[in-house]
Each structure stands twice: as structure tokens, then as C-alpha cells.
Design a protein around this ligand. Structure first.
Ligand code: G3P
Ligand code: CA
Length: 311
């Protein structure tokens, strides 16, 4: 969502006039979504997960109400082939169950309480309404917000979730989320993104990267899945290899308190047609610093803090 002062928007003719109408009519929703990626995007990480249990309807309701650009979510597949919105490979951190998420049917997962843990961990934000929150399916999220939201969907742990990409693309097509410019698919696994692309090459893809110090030589940063070299070694060709299939890159910016990318990394990515989204940024000071670098969006558990800076 591009935010312009009202006077500027009016002077640019965005609210009235044949020229503006004509331009908008010539732009498909998917093209508009890609254009919007050039502007700053507020991405609600697992919903407004600083204020409500992550990945629950309550967290997405809040973020949607605040008018974020994207609802971020991780999808995984149940033992009976249903897509659920859930981050961890195992269920104990954010539910009253235990074990691996893929070992359970949807019915079994629906019997869990995915809200009470949040109240126990966050007494200041606790709300009795969160108690007994049920795990959310992708269908439920789409049924609730439909085309009135944009979704930034991660194919989480693709090796543990066989059939995930096929089920996801089928659901995106069923809800007409792709051509209507409603969805980005993100992954740390290049193969997963390429699989999505093979299934439907209109899906806009974001390559996630995670940089950390090499175990052999901790003065050198490496990327988790080896999809790129470390940030200091990135050449235009390395960025272009990502830009061949992805419309943007999502990266960490800090590891163990140390910054691992800088403004030059952001600039070089953008010069190679890759908008940069940074995860997961919760402190206002860090948000401001990254915005000063010109990043194209931030994933945050506190979209209210970020919206205050961009509005
Ligand atoms: O998807 C961006 C960011 O969410 C990646 O990290 O572990 O929170 O899924 P994670
Ligand atoms: Ca994620």
C-alpha cells in the first residue's frame, strides 16, 4: 500500500480524472501488486503476534483491522492432507499438545488450545478471549478475509510437508488469490519456490535467506540453505540468479546482536530488481534504521508500531 499525503495524492490525480482512471484500468491486479512492492510494505508476522497468540484468527483480525499490507503466515500440512497455519515443526511451544504437527489429523489439531500459552507467557497482553483458540486452516483465513487482504505465505519445512506446494497452489487457485494480486509465496527452500512456479508461474515468489557466521570460520557469513553466498560476497550475478524466479528477497538483518547486512546490500538487491523485506523487526528504533536504509518492507509482530512510522 503506497501511503501518500492526501494533498499529494490529489495533485497527482489519483482520486479523480480520466487519466488516472484509464491508467488504473490498464493495470491488472497482479501487476498492481508487483508495483506496490516498490513501496514500503507493512507485514504482520504471524498476524499481530506481539498482541495476540501467533497464527490465530485473533492475531490476524487485529492486523487486518489496523490495515497492514500483508498478513504473514506459515503453512504446513496435516496427516490427512489439510493446510494449517502454523510455524513450528512441533506443537508444544504454542499449544497444549506435543509431537510433530504432521503426525496429526486436522480434527486432532482442532482439539488443541493454541491460545492459553500466550496468556501465560504475556501476562500484560493476556485476554481470556484467547483461551481455547483453535488452530487455523488456510481455508478459514481465506474465508474470513478473502480478497480484502494480501497474504504473505511461507511454505514451511517443505521436506517435512510433502505435497505442501501442490495443496497450496490448488487452494490459491480455488480462491482466485493469484491473478487478483492477493498473495506472495515465500520460502527458505529454493526448490519449494521452483515447485510452486512449476505449478503456476504467475505466483509471485520471495526468496528467504538467513545469514549467520560459518561454523568453520566465524568471521565469514553463510546462508542457511546455500541459496546465496554471504552478504559481503554477493555479486550482481548472485542477485540476478534469485531475480530469475523471485520478485523479492526476505532476509534477517541481525545475528546474535550483530548486524549482518547493511544499506549497500539493500541497494544492490534493489538495483537487481529485488525489493528487500527484513524479518523480524519489533523495536521502533530498528524499524527506523532499516527504513533509513530504504528497505521495501518489514515483517513485524508489532504492526501498530510500524504503521505509526509510515502513516
Ligand atoms: O517468513 C519470514 C520470517 O517469518 C521467517 O522466519 O521463522 O518467522 O518463519 P520465521
Ligand atoms: Ca514465516
Amino acid at each position: 500500500m503506497q501511503r501518500l499525503p492526501l494533498a499529494t495524492a490529489v495533485s497527482l490525480g489519483l482520486f479523480a480524472g480520466a487519466a488516472a482512471t484509464h491508467t488504473m484500468a490498464d493495470t491488472t491486479p497482479l501487476e498492481q501488486q508487483l508495483k506496490d512492492l516498490q513501496s514500503f510494505q507493512v507485514i504482520a508476522h504471524r498476524g499481530a503476534s506481539g498482541h495476540a497468540p501467533e497464527s490465530t484468527m485473533a492475531a490476524y483480525e487485529l492486523a487486518h483491522e489496523w490495515g497492514v499490507d500483508y498478513l504473514e503466515l506459515d503453512v504446513q500440512i496435516t496427516s490427512d492432507g489439510e493446510l494449517v497455519v502454523f510455524h513450528d515443526d512441533t506443537i508444544e511451544r504454542t499449544s497444549d499438545g506435543e509431537g510433530e504437527i504432521n503426525d496429526y489429523t486436522l480434527e486432532e489439531l482442532k482439539a488443541l488450545d493454541t491460545g492459553t500459552w500466550f496468556n501465560e507467557e504475556n501476562p500484560d497482553s493476556a485476554d481470556t478471549a484467547f483461551e481455547g483458540a483453535q488452530m487455523l486452516t488456510l481455508d478459514e483465513l481465506f474465508d474470513r478475509f478473502g480478497h480484502d487482504a494480501r497474504y504473505y505465505i511461507e511454505t514451511k519445512s517443505p521436506q517435512l510437508n510433502p505435497g505442501l506446494e501442490e495443496a497450496l497452489v490448488e487452494t490459491l487457485e480455488e480462491y482466485d488469490m493469484i491473478e487478483s494480486g492477493r498473495v506472495l509465496v515465500q520460502s527458505f527452500e529454493q526448490d519449494s519456490l521452483l515447485k510452486v512456479q512449476e505449478l503456476n508461474d504467475d505466483v509471485p515468489l520471495i526468496q528467504l535467506v538467513w545469514y549467520y557466521p560459518s561454523e568453520e570460520d566465524d568471521s565469514k557469513l553463510v546462508e542457511w540453505t546455500d541459496v546465496t553466498p554471504g552478504p559481503a560476497e554477493m555479486t550482481d550475478e548472485d542477485f540476478q540468479e534469485v531475480a530469475d524466479y523471485a520478485v523479492g528477497i526476505g532476509t534477517n538483518f541481525i545475528y546474535d546482536g550483530e548486524e549482518i547486512i547493511d544499506a549497500d546490500f539493500v541497494k544492490q538487491a534493489q538495483e537487481n530488481d529485488l525489493p528487500v523485506h527484513v524479518y523480524t523487526v519489533n523495536e521502533t528504533e530498528e524499524m527506523e534504521r532499516l527504513m533509513g536504509w530504504g528497505v521495501n518492507g518489514l515483517f513485524t509482530n508489532y504492526p501498530d508500531r510500524l504503521l505509526e512510522l509510515v502513516e
